[in-house]
Design a protein around this ligand. Structure first.
Ligand code: NAD
Ligand code: SSN
Length: 594
């Protein structure tokens, strides 16, 4: 469904009479009866008693805005003024001045940090802007919180922990159940916030918001399953058992690429186990995180349990505080290997428990016995999610010589049909990249590979701002930037191989090892290759592995610790042994046998 309307020309700025080919300019005011933000124009210039000429120009503007357009109409002899039509896409939220992001529930748009349940500004009064990567337009502001704000948040989390640790599993289960219900009820608003600040397509954002909710649901169950053990005892008169206790105050540092799912899979286990937290949200995407905090409050999570720091300028010193302050007992970080190593170095001074979910450089192998349509679908699912800005994205695609050309053709057909644009636009499958530097990196990887002999089969071009066309490169040599480091963008690099031994060696050459994928219909090979890949997660005949119920995490320099599954719960617990003795008169000595 699209909304349609007609714009009003307010003035024609220039009209050349020199020759028929000169363009003219006009200034127009677009008036929409519906509160619509994205407008596409299609201009029809009519020559008196002749066929109208149509020129289409796509741009984004606010409702009722004035815009200067330069369009090459061949109408210098015409006496008529062109008309402007616009179409607003149905996924664009309906905005008003008191609901600038067009949320069903505008109170979910929070531009503040959170300490002890209060919405707070920075102690030095500074703020930073958050923009929409599709347009560069500022969508809101957040406090640029300081070191002293962070210390206050840590102290709040520490004092709240003394009480929160005593809550029952049933209470925590109920809060998480309530929160999951709120995720479901507000899934569209969460998806809208994701599109506004991260830029991903509406379909991707909706899928992410739904996926995030599954972590809350899973950890609602986990709250009831933090069982200890009883252990046979070798000491007379003693019984051994273990209890699982919450580790304490957690520092949770979340990235921008999955603004709902990453916080959900850290906050979920923290709440399930009775930990409190200071959450450092990314400057690019704070609003989805903050909306989730508002939902947690509505779910009944007590104040002081989840404290949020928003910062941009003070990132370094706040990151340091969160990884060195002795009140913090655990750090969970998702981001680059470079930053992860630095934070782990900081945290080693007080031996904090750490979970690090860092960069990947996933190999994806298509063997000659693969079912090619399955391999193409799996490659697309893995490579292009979030426009390639996903830690488990396939990065190096090894294709057997015998099926290389056919696979490349099938993949290019699908990738060529993708539509890149602002995430709310109807039909857009892939949104822009988060930063210009991400788009530059994709460009650099393409240029490097092409200079070494690779060919661009489809895509390869930049679009408006940070847009990048989904790209397939063929004949990529194994010694280029793409194979050495994760692109984190919509670039599928196809590398030839001819034997299983060779490709396993190439796949394992990377110093990181998060995910790996392969496609084969030979059951013996499936066992062999799944065993041989040096990664934390393997997708065999699938490109989609992410689920709340699995242990998500990597090996080598992709980090350590798991998120999701029951393993993810353990990360927030300490196991305590209690050896319970009895009065010596009751203790039975072990019998002796002749
Ligand atoms: N594993 C993932 O899901 C993931 C997510 C984002 C980025 N990355 C990787 O990182 C690369 C660069 O992206 P980036 O520049 O956003 O990554 P980054 O590691 O610089 O940033 C990731 C997160 O860490 C925070 N951060 C950065 N420096 C920090 C510090 N000193 N203290 C505390 N927090 C800090 C950032 O604010 C952000 O929220 C990508 O190309 C990709 O390879 C991976
Ligand atoms: O990019 C990080 C995580 C993505 C996922 O959970 O699949």
């Amino acid at each position: 469904m699209t909304r349609q309307g007609k714009g009003q020309i307010i003035s024609v700025l220039k009209r050349s009479n020199i020759n028929n080919k000169s363009p003219f300019y006009f200034c127009m005011r677009l008036i929409s009866s519906t509160p619509t933000r994205l407008i596409r124009t299609s201009c029809i210039a009519t020559k008196t008693s002749s066929t109208p000429q149509t020129r289409t120009r796509t741009f984004i503007t606010r409702t009722n805005s004035t815009r200067r357009l330069r369009l090459p109409f061949n109408t210098s002899t015409s006496s008529s003024t062109p008309s402007v039509y616009f179409r607003a896409m149905s996924n664009w939220p309906k905005i008003t001045s008191d609901n600038p992001l067009g949320l069903d529930d505008p109170t979910l748009f929070i531009q503040a940090g959170i300490i002890n349940g209060e919405l707070v500004q920075s102690s030095d009064g500074k703020t930073f802007d958050v923009d929409n990567p599709a347009t560069g337009e500022i969508i809101g502001k957040c406090p640029d919180m300081t070191l002293s704000d962070t210390v206050k948040a840590i102290e709040t989390a520490a004092s709240t922990f003394k009480k929160f640790r005593l809550t029952t599993p049933q209470q925590r289960h109920q809060w998480l159940i309530n929160l999951h219900k709120l995720f479901e009820q507000n899934v569209k608003d969460l998806a809208r916030l994701i599109v506004w600040e991260n830029g991903k397509s509406w379909t991707d954002a909706f899928a992410e918001a739904t996926y995030a909710g599954t972590y809350i649901d899973w950890y609602a169950g986990e709250a009831l399953r933090t069982h200890g053990e009883t252990i046979p005892c070798s000491l007379p008169g003693t019984r051994n058992f273990t209890v699982k206790q919450p580790i304490g105050v957690c520092a949770l540092l979340v990235p921008w690429n999955f603004p709902a799912a990453m916080i959900a899979r850290k906050v979920g286990p923290a709440l399930a186990t009775g930990c409190t937290a200071v959450i450092k949200v990314p400057a690019e995407t704070p609003f989805t995180n903050l909306a989730i905090m508002e939902l947690a409050k509505r779910a009944g999570v007590p104040k002081g349990v989840l404290n949020v720091i928003t910062t941009d300028a003070n990132l370094q010193e706040i990151g340091k505080e969160l990884t060195t302050n002795p009140l913090i007992k655990k750090v969970s970080f998702t981001g680059s290997t470079r930053v992860g190593k630095m934070l782990a170095g900081n945290a080693s001074g007080t031996l904090k428990k750490m979970s690090l979910e860092l960069g990947g450089n996933a190999p994806l192998i298509v063997f000659d016995d693969a079912d090619l349509p399955t391999a193409v679908a799996g490659t697309i699912a893995s490579k292009f999610r979030g426009s390639g800005q996903t830690c488990v994205c396939a990065n190096r695609i090894y294709v057997h010589d015998k099926v290389y050309d056919e696979f490349a053709k099938l993949l290019a057909e699908k990738v060529g049909a993708f539509k890149v644009g602002p995430g709310f636009d109807e039909g857009v499958t892939h949104g822009p990249l988060i930063h210009k530097r991400q788009a530059d990196k994709v460009q650099e990887h393409i240029d490097d590979a092409v200079s070494k002999g690779a060919k661009i089969l489809v895509g390869g071009k930049r679009g408006e701002r940070t847009q990048f066309q989904p790209t397939v490169l063929t004949e990529v040599p194994d010694d280029c930037l793409i194979t050495a480091e994760e692109t984190f963008g919509p670039l599928a690099a196809l590398i030839r191989f001819s034997s299983e031994e060779e490709v396993i060696e190439l796949a394992n050459k990377s110093e990181v090892g998060l995910a790996g994928y392969f496609f084969s219909q030979d059951s013996d090979r499936i066992w062999r290759v799944a065993d041989a890949l040096e990664v934390g997660m393997v997708g065999a005949n699938t490109g989609a592995i992410s689920q709340a119920i699995i242990p998500f995490g990597g090996t080598k320099e992709s980090g350590y610790g798991k998120e999701g599954g029951h393993q993810g719960t353990e990360e927030y617990l300490v196991t305590k042994l209690i050896a319970l003795g009895t009065a010596s008169k009751n203790a039975q000595a072990p019998p002796s046998f002749d």
